[in-house]
Design a protein around this ligand. Structure first.
Ligand code: MN
Length: 421
């Protein structure tokens, strides 16, 4: 029933990590130093160990130290030809019938670990981070709630992939708890703001891409070549405090309402792995300026879901199902726009999509939209209701692609909301 390749290690049916995936991340075993790794089925595979045993010796990689670094920036800097050769090598080593690794017991013991027995760390050092606002459904919903229902989209929206520069220091890996932020709000539009923990803590369901090639200051990336600069993707939960945001965002945009913690999934899926799931994006009207014009299948069909689990419930409740393919602005356009003024980019930079909402109410990618600013609370499986996220709630995002019997996925991006410090 599955067209997926067979391996000599167990890969459960419907795993996010078949041999067609081979994502990259950073793991840590006990007190050992962090090491680059991949994941196959429920097994984490150390690239340091595979390198120790010479499995990457003949791939033309001069600097093998990249397989021992605590972040993937060095590895990604090798360029797509080399990182693709590493993926191919790993896939071959684990294919059914290949004895090269399988018959080397010492190497197998050194390289393979149950995925739930290792810690996942941030896959890259993020130098810079941009958050776009590229879902037309999300931008329309927010415009209706915060501004004018009849003119929900601002005049620039269909011409510019709107975004802002966020903060990279507070991007953390899945599994990290985030404390409820404190800040200024002005709940009743009174004469004076108040200070305290946010009462409107929200998730934003986003995907992010990681750049794999740098540019020089002054250089622009042509939209048709933008994908050459994109290494891969992760799930991105851009936690947001809506009451703080509402008070602070005029005139310069989000600030402290968004930089107290953003959570990413641990495994970077390469664009190459995502290739079979390409689709065309929505039609863009009016036609965009020439530097943003791009043809072909530039969107990716990635199923997305968000689940909430309060502390006193045993089961999670899926509160949103959406899809990355709905994005109005694609990643090529975002990167072309990011650099059109000569802004330089570096390896490991992160670019989040903006909240990914679909047409239907159940596909909205934030609590703000799902509960329509708290006016329609969600009822959870265990009987609790939620307008926004409460303390000790666990938010889990998942993302996977499925087509013609092939499934690859990102695993989970999860975080627990801790009480304000
Ligand atoms: Mn966002």
């Amino acid at each position: 029933m599955s067209s997926q390749k067979k391996s000599w290690i167990n890969i459960p049916d419907d795993s996010d990590f078949p041999l067609e995936n081979i994502p990259f991340g950073i793991i840590q075993k006990g007190e050992n130093p962090p090491e680059p790794a991949t994941r196959i089925g429920d097994t984490a595979v150390s690239l340091s160990a595979l390198c120790d045993y010479g499995y990457f010796d003949d791939l033309g990689i001069d600097d093998l130290t990249v397989f021992y670094q605590p972040v993937l920036n060095g590895f990604i800097s090798l360029g797509k030809a080399k990182t693709s050769a590493v993926r191919k090598r790993i896939r071959e080593l684990f294919e059914e019938g290949n004895e090269s690794l399988k018959s080397n017991g010492d190497a197998v013991n050194a390289a393979l670990f149950p995925a739930n027995k290792v810690k996942n760390l941030m896959p890259v050092y993020v130098g810079d981070y941009t958050d776009f606002y590229s879902s037309i459904e999300h931008a329309t919903n927010v415009g209706k709630m915060f501004r004018d229902p009849d003119n929900a989209l601002l005049p620039n929206w269909r011409h510019i992939p709107v975004g802002y520069h966020g903060r990279s220091s507070s991007i953390v890996v899945s599994g990290t708890g985030i404390h409820r932020p404190k800040g200024q709000t002005n709940p009743d539009n009174g004469p004076k703001p108040v200070f305290g923990p946010t009462k409107q803590l929200d998730f934003e369901l986003e995907m992010a891409f990681v750049t794999g090639k740098e540019t020089e200051l002054g250089e622009s990336i042509p939209v048709e070549k933008a994908e050459e600069y994109i290494f891969g993707m992760v799930i991105f939960n851009d936690l947001s405090a809506r009451d703080i945001q509402k008070w602070e965002y005029v005139p310069l945009g989000p600030f402290l309402s968004k930089n107290f913690g953003s959570v990413v999934s641990p495994w970077i899926l390469t664009l190459e792995a995502l290739e079979p799931f390409r689709v065309k994006g929505p039609e863009q009207k009016p036609e965009v300026l020439p530097y943003l014009r791009v043809s072909g299948k530039r969107n990716i069909d990635i199923n997305l879901e968000v689940a909430l689990k309060p502390e006193n419930e045993n089961e999670e409740t899926v509160v949103c199902r959406s899809n990355f393919k709905y994005m109005y602005w694609n990643m090529s356009q975002q990167l072309a726009h990011q650099t059109v003024n000569g802004c330089n980019i570096r390896v490991g930079d992160m670019y989040a999509s903006g909240t990914i909402s679909g047409h239907e109410p159940g596909s909205y990618g934030s609590m703000l939209e799902l509960t329509w600013r708290g006016t329609k609370p969600l009822r959870l499986a265990g009987g609790n209701t939620r307008k926004f996220i409460e303390d000790n709630d666990i938010v889990t995002m998942r993302a996977f692609c499925k087509k013609d019997g092939l499934r690859i996925g990102f695993g989970e991006c999860t975080t627990k909301i801790l009480p304000a410090k």
